[in-house]
Design a protein around this ligand. Sequence first.
Ligand SMILES: [Zn+2]
Length: 556
Amino acid sequence: MYDLVIRNGSVVDGSGLPAFKADVAVQDGRIVRIGRVTETAKRVVDAAGKVVAPGFIDPHTHFDAQLLWDGCAKPALSHGVTTIVPGNCSLSLAPLRAEHRMKLVGMFNQIEEMPLKAFKEGVVWDWETFSEYISRIRKGLAINVAPLVGHSVIRLWVMRDAAMERTATDAEISEMQAVLRECLDAGAAGLSTSYVDMDERLQPVPSRLAAPAEVDALASVLGEYGRMLQIVPEFYDADLTIARIDELAELSLRHNIPTTFSPLFVNADNIEAVNRVMRRVDEQFARGARVWPQVQTRPIDISFCFAVPSLLFIRFRSWYRIMRFGTHEEILAAFRDPENRQKLISEAASLGGLWPKLVLRHVQTEENRKYVGMTLGQIAELRGVSPVDAMIDLSLEEDLDAHFLAAGMGHNDDAEVGRLLAHPRVHIGASDGGAHILSFSTYGDTGYLFGHFVRDVKALSLEAAVKKVTSDTASIWGIPERGLLQPGYVADIVVFDPKTIDRSGEDYVGDVPGDGFRYVRESCGVEAVFVGGALAWSTSDGYQPAQGQILPGIAA
Ligand SMILES: [Zn+2]
């Protein structure tokens, strides 16, 4: 008798080969047989009409904090994601000395738009080293985690406050190498660094003060383990991005490591620039380097209210300064003061086309409820004011709790995005899962891949799309025994309906510690998700305490 048999499904095994009808048998957490299975099992799932595929792997997330209060990384698991990579973009929650906790929280708040209150009320800080953090999240883990360690935090650990001020000495670099080795021994999947991000004072994050020799020394340690280097390049500029691709290629060749950079967006005005970036990626792969651009599936939609800073406003300095550094009262005062208001309005004029298209999402007062769902252009006309005035007035009337949506800000040309997603040297990822929780939903990108780009746009076949988010990801990252449905492989399995798989509409949900809210998209068409052979989530049973593991450290 097997532990689990999934019968009659259409097996899409992750290799990219055509789907075939078969049963899948699981014993002791591993796939033991694929074919005709007549024996009974403790659990039998009828998957007739459904696809049976390896669990999806999400290589770019910021679930570091959420994992401390939610071992399922909800709702990622319900979308069929069975492995996540947190710790991207130079930021991880370990190693971290007690004295730098609030510094790191400030950086997470600025860069990843995570609320300060969630850290204050949702996190018991009882770790410092990386292995202590791993032991901490391992309890109650329902999803597999392949954690990166952040370059900025390694610098803070070794150099203390000087990490924010200068390059490192040779002795400090050696010490950083030793710390990185400890993290890799404790299960880190690699190192992440950033060349663009700013901290809560709008100063460069520590990783940006590293000289090339420091990055090279850390990459050489990654070479000892064959682990990943992830970077955030100057993604807004093609020439700078290409220079980073060349730098990554040299590191990849010199130390024999995989590297990846994210994000890479394609918009109407940068198609030729993206083509140049991809040509350079191709050239570097032809030399034998591994430099994987990460591309997200979903278009850029950004929601905001003026109670919290939004990266949408970073190009409008006066707006952003008051949102970032002002108290609630100071923001209200800035909107009320006629002179200041005029300054804000004239600064907003540089992107005049944006404001009328913004949609009012939700408000608190009864009087303004009639405007919800309308654009600022429509509301402005009804009120006889300009769209920016309408936005400011509504924010004042709602005590800053008026929420607006800027939809389709970019990365929304189906043909161009589809072409990139299907490219053999594009790594599908960059969901940012768990971050930017009041700006957009970072969950459901795989549902969007299968629902939109496979089913509607037909940019990829079902088999190609499954391969992209399973065995390709496992191979790129060196995650063993996952990403394929094959006898001997770990039974991370998702059962979904190819006719209905999708992401739901965006919900505003109050499930964040400290009475916080976030935007969430639930899964559609995913029937059951197994992690290590155990049911982790299903439509009928919801979330289950399952067998999440730390990867790839367990294999080391
Ligand atoms: Zn990120």
